[in-house]
Design a protein around this ligand. Sequence first.
Ligand code: GUN
Length: 283
Amino acid sequence: MTAKILDGKAIAQELRESIRAEVDAQVAKGQNPPGLAVILVGEDPASQVYVRNKKIACEKAGFNDVSMVLPADTTEEQLLAEIDTLNARDDVHGIIVQLPVPDHIDPEKIIERIDPKKDVDGFHAYNMGRLATRMPGLAPCTPHGVMTMLEKTGIPLRGLDAVVVGASNIVGVPMALELLNARATVTVCHSATKDLAQKVSEADLVVVGVGIPNMVKGEWIKDGAIVVDVGINRLDDGTLCGDVEYDVAKEKASWITPVPGGVGPMTIATLMQNTLQAAYAQS
Ligand code: GUN
């Protein structure tokens, strides 16, 4: 079997166009556009690329872009004070602090300081708790974007055996919750999992987010499985690759995400969707 492509890029484009149309309609009625503050602390090159992409998406969506770059030696207190200021601003509906932050800053403390209504990353314990209890809230962008992509592609999830590889707060844990809420049977694998190959080989759906190039081998994939690769890794020769051995996996899977052009665009489109949702909730 050769897999069909889960076209995150096209689905994200469609989503972003519908968001832009909604923003234009709101602005035409005299309302302010949604405002998004993206804070980058320091000069991590990968983070600079992610933040630039978020900024571009923000402008294309017609949002008010309130991004800021703070020096690497910004103290935790200064960053918390910046968040307090943004929490109080009526024209800012979403706030995200790009991770990782420099070592002298505690990311948990930063995330907890963002007003949960403005936590468009969905990382605050309040929003994670809402997701865990199936209540409406702001859901983490990457897993929620994966769900939108699968839904728009017409792939039913109820009853599937799903394996999530990676148990991070950004991807693995909220992904498992989203899939559980969609009535899949979910196994979460991590660095202490005994036999990863065996777990993956039993999955109808595999979602991988570990940040290790080609870590999940193509031969582990069950015939006809759906493969979602969240990883984006830059190799020494400058090329990008995912966490799944794509060339082999695509010959076994029924559906697979490309890297780039799969999950990445969905993450950014979902950030825009969350910001619009946050703006509605605050108006
Ligand atoms: N670093 C890697 N992914 C993310 C993300 O989705 N949001 C933030 N704020 N930082 C990240």
